[in-house]
Write a protein that binds this ligand. Structure first.
Ligand code: ATP
Ligand code: MG
Length: 406
């Protein structure tokens, strides 16, 4: 190839390479379906954020977004199921064209004296190897840098800058940046689950981790009314909306449950020490009823073993003893700091820590039970002067259902 051809600006367009992990391990039929869902979810995320693009296409284990909008990669990296994304330049699979793209990218990002490396990978049938194309691209970058008066150096072990080349059968891609995605599975591939969502730090993180695995959530929030300040309800609803923004483009709903009638009647027979135990058991019963009503397949909580009084293993067992509910506690083995780190990353932390200075729950006794007997909650229910199943039914019927499209 003549030097004149290399100097011509290469035909390029901007593209985003989207990589996904676990779903490529599925059988062909399942993988096809999951990839189609992932592609739709990416489209919905880009639309939600007003990102412009001309095409989103699947191609052998990758999704490509044709877009020159600088926000395209960043927003695609928010989609569940996405492992990583790279904003890239693309050209036909033609060694001179690839080398010219590398030279242009390299000249823009490698400063004088910096060490660089080209990493190339290849799939398909070509007349050159990936090592050959890497060397050719390295030479092109070198020449371009020296032409512009810089002194380049190649270092394949500890470079300051790396340029990646991905050669495919007909098209090739050149990039320098990779943004990590959340991983997991595309939303809508693992059904729906109810999440017991409070205004606190933990339950939004628990919900997000299950969303990451492909679950659509139905938040159920207990508005303890006279026992909680208004800020608690506000925070729970804001947390729910923020979680929904991770899975845009679909109809979503929040159940706001008023449980003061139950609380009042329960407290007439339950000793103060067991109030939290019985409050939580009622939450589980309600979550179970909402789960059935919504044809969902599980209940998520933010419980973390031993974190507070209500979350000892003994209490957790007693609270649900005999209820036979599909409960998921994704944070059970997480430390508080680990939970906070995720809350900050996903955006719920700043909502959860807001406080109006008051106590979050006035019903919590001075000394709550921390080592409940196996049948403690069952015995407390037997003492109650009302029918618990009817109370559950009535409470769910009276729930405020907040519907929205994100
Ligand atoms: P969180 O930070 O999620 O509020 P927590 O550390 O305050 O949790 P608890 O108050 O014992 O712990 O709650 C344990 C779990 O019970 C919560 O993570 C949540 O799933 C559920 N829960 C607690 N309060 C409510 C509520 N008002 N509405 C819905 N679910 C709740
Ligand atoms: Mg709480």
């Amino acid at each position: 190839m003549s030097s004149q051809q290399t100097e011509e600006p290469p035909a390029k367009k901007t593209i985003v390479i989207v990589r996904y992990g676990e779903l490529s391990l599925k059988s062909k039929g399942v993988r096809d379906r999951y990839e189609q869902i992932l592609k739709n979810n990416i489209r919905q995320m880009l639309d939600y954020h007003g990102v412009s693009y001309s095409q989103i296409r699947r191609d052998f284990g990758r999704i490509f977004i044709h877009s020159s909008d600088p926000a395209a990669a960043e927003k695609a990296a928010l989609v569940f199921g996405v492992v990583s994304v790279s904003p890239a330049h693309t050209c036909r699979t033609e060694p001179d064209a690839i080398a010219a793209l590398c030279a242009e990218l390299g000249a823009g990002m490698i400063t004088d004296g910096e060490k660089f490396a080209v990493r190339a990978r290849r799939s398909g049938n070509h007349s050159f190897t990936s090592n050959e194309i890497a060397r050719r691209c390295g030479d092109a970058i070198w020449n371009k840098l020296t032409e512009t008066g810089k002194s380049p150096a190649v270092d394949l072990t500890a470079p300051d800058k790396e340029i990646f080349v991905e050669v495919r059968q007909t098209d090739s891609y050149v990039y320098s940046e990779t943004i990590k995605g959340p991983g997991g599975f595309p939303t809508g591939t693992q059904g729906k689950m109810v999440v017991l969502l409070s205004g606190g730090i933990d339950s939004p993180v628990a919900a997000w981790l299950m969303m990451k695995r492909g679950v659509e959530i139905i938040p159920v929030f207990f508005d303890n009314e006279q026992y909680a300040g208004p800020i608690v309800a506000e925070k729970a609803i804001e947390n729910a909306k923020l979680l929904f923004s991770w899975t845009p483009g679909r109809k979503q709903k929040i159940y706001r449950i008023k449980n003061s009638e139950y609380m009042e009647k329960m407290m007439q027979t339950t000793g103060s020490k067991n109030i939290c135990l019985m409050c939580k058991r009622f939450m589980f019963r309600i979550a179970g009823a909402v789960m059935e009503k919504e044809h969902a397949s599980g209940i998520i909580t933010g419980s973390s073993l031993g974190q507070v009084a209500s979350q000892t293993a003994e209490n957790m067992l007693s609270e649900t003893y005999g209820l036979s509910l599909p409960l998921y506690h994704p944070l059970l083995a997480f430390d508080k700091q680990e939970i906070i780190d995720i809350a900050q990353k996903i955006g719920t932390f700043r909502i959860s820590i807001r406080s109006d200075g008051g106590k979050e729950c006035l019903a919590v006794p001075e000394k709550p039970e921390v080592k409940a007997a196996l049948t403690a909650a069952v015995s407390e229910e037997k003492k109650m002067t009302f029918n618990i199943d009817e109370m559950v039914q009535k409470t769910v019927e009276n729930a405020e259902i907040i519907e929205m499209k994100t």
